[in-house]
Design a protein around this ligand. Structure first.
Ligand code: BG6
Length: 519
């Protein structure tokens, strides 16, 4: 292998650029189960590439793919090069791409076959010797969820999960982590039979998003927000994760999952816990995770009666959306024509703590909505109107702090200002911070930080077993109540809308409205 093709060469040739606050990660073998799949091609490989070009991958990194595909090392390297082509704009990109592909290996075999793991053991021994991976291995489970437990069991049985002095072994587990509370508990138990908790890295890609990580800095690194971050000043919190696309080719998976399972126990509750957590004592993983976990445990479980009034489900029909005519969910590929699966969910939750008592958290997510947007809106209490009694002002809007997670990441503060003129009239204005304007953009898939942290051993952005179970405990009563009572009136919202009318009513009953998101 020519020296310039190796990652060793990449990092040493740019030594001067290494950031002392973010030292390169490694050495380690990155073993991807499901290496021929979509996640690997679209996210993991581009993320590793972005880490490489940012000088965040050190010496001794080797990618090892494992999968059923009948590939040898050469064919796998070609596949990797193909996945990296769109990123090969400049000479650095080309060098990194070549470096990643050059020492990649592939182990072909099924996950049920012990011999696959024996071959993997041989390959790991080889990359340790030839590429200097130090015997470290990050096993990334980018497979269908039914393989998570069997793969980990096989890693244990073949001695691959065992750590030794100076050599770590970690397993990254993708979502979905279980499909309800019981199955999540079972999966945790199964994994813990082979692995120690500190070896299990449960990933949620929402925590890889820059704005989401910024929440901690925003709240605790500024003096002006924390004092008003409580029930005395905040009226309600609205978390929206809206998608304009439908289920696309994932009908098979989505039919059994639905919007609630797919998005709420993981992504939405992660956002909620970052908004609602108490200040941790440090940025150490355990300190941050403990505070997040406490919030999840403080969410009041919904009784079956409350589910009827506090949770709304919807399913998109056919119609004309932004991108033209679109099919109803029931007409999508691998979806039942009478499907009762929800593609939209809105829920009102209460966090029973001194800070948050009586502040509703409204969560909503769905597919085929008006636009793609994820945001957290903190709505402050209204000021008394009395001062304005002799003016034309009849109504004062709530001040809102809007944290835009995607797209156009940023933070906006919305408040009232006097409209110029002789009478007192109030208009709504905003002060905005946009990430791109302030800091420029870096190419990102959202997986860069997560992979970097997993290789470096920083678990702050990963979920502990108890957090996963606490998330499922919140949604389990809704799953149960909905199972008991199949939905009537599906489909109940038009593509390109903001969801079913019941979701509007959910807030209207409380004298509130969803924040209007500009189209
Ligand atoms: C995934 C869900 O976890 O997140 C998908 O399974 C959803 O259904 C996706 O589309 C949304 O992620 P993002 O990063 O595009 O908001």
């Amino acid at each position: 292998m020519p020296a310039e093709d190796s990652l060793v060469a990449i990092s040493s040739s740019q030594e001067g650029l290494v950031n002392p606050y973010a030292p390169p990660a490694g050495p380690a073998a990155i073993v991807i189960f499901g290496a021929a799949g979509d996640l690997t091609r679209r996210k993991l490989i581009p993320a590793l590439h972005n880490l490489g070009t940012a000088n965040l991958l050190g010496e001794g990194i080797a990618i090892v793919g494992v999968g059923r595909a009948d590939l040898d090392d050469g064919a796998f390297r070609e596949q990797l090069s193909g996945a990296l082509k769109p990123f090969s704009a400049g000479p650095d990109d080309v060098r990194v791409a070549r470096g990643l592909a050059a020492n990649a290996r592939f182990v072909s075999g099924t996950f049920e076959d012990r011999r696959t793991f024996e071959r993997l053991a041989q390959v790991l021994a080889r990359v340790e010797k030839e590429d200097g991976t130090g015997g470290n291995a990050l096993f990334y489970l980018a497979t269908a969820p039914e393989y998570f437990a069997p793969i980990v069991k096989a890693l244990g049985a073949t001695g691959l999960a065992g750590e030794a002095e100076g050599r770590w072994r970690r397993v990254v587990v993708e979502k979905p982590f279980g499909c309800d509370l019981e199955s999540a508990r079972r999966l945790n138990r199964d994994l813990l039979e082979t692995l120690k908790e500190r070896q299990i890295w449960r990933i949620d890609h929402y925590l890889g998003k820059e704005t989401v990580q910024n929440l901690l800095v925003f709240r605790f690194g500024n003096g002006m927000f924390e004092p008003i971050w409580n029930r005395r000043y905040i009226d309600n919190v609205q978390i929206t994760v809206a998608e304009s696309i439908g289920v696309e080719t994932r009908g098979g998976y989505y039919e059994g999952a639905g919007a609630l399972r797919d998005m709420v126990p993981n992504h939405l509750l992660q956002l909620l816990s970052l908004v609602a957590m108490e200040p941790p004592t440090s940025f150490e993983a355990e300190s941050v995770r403990e505070e997040k976990s406490k919030v999840l445990r403080a969410i009041q479980p919904l009784s079956p009666e409350r589910v009827l009034t506090q949770a709304v489900r919807g399913q998109y029909g056919a119609g004309l959306s932004r991108d033209g005519p679109s099919l109803a969910y029931r007409s999508e590929e691998r979806v039942s024509r009478t499907s009762a699966t929800e593609t939209y969910v809105a829920v009102k939750l209460a966090v029973e703590s001194w800070r948050w008592a009586d502040v509703p958290f409204y969560l909503r997510t769905g597919k085929r909505l008006a636009r793609r947007v994820s945001e957290i809106a903190i709505q402050f209490r209204r000021p008394p109107l009395r001062l304005f009694r002799d003016t034309p002002v009849e109504h004062l809007s709530r001040n809102a702090l809007v944290i835009r997670v995607q797209p156009e990441e940023g933070i906006a503060l919305r408040f009232g200002a006097k409209i110029p003129g002789p009478t007192v009239r109030v208009g709504n204005v905003a002060m905005e911070f946009r990430y791109e304007e302030a800091f420029g953009t870096r190419p990102s898939t959202g997986y860069e930080t997560l992979l970097y942290d997993a290789i470096r051993g920083d678990a702050t952005l990963f979920q502990r077993a108890d957090m996963i179970e606490a998330g499922w405990s919140v949604v389990q009563p809704i799953l149960d109540a909905w199972k008991e009572q199949p939905p009537s009136g599906f489909p109940n919202y038009a593509p390109g809308s903001w969801g079913p009318k019941e979701a509007q009513e959910l807030l209207e009953r409380d004298g509130r409205r969803w924040r209007r998101i500009e189209e």
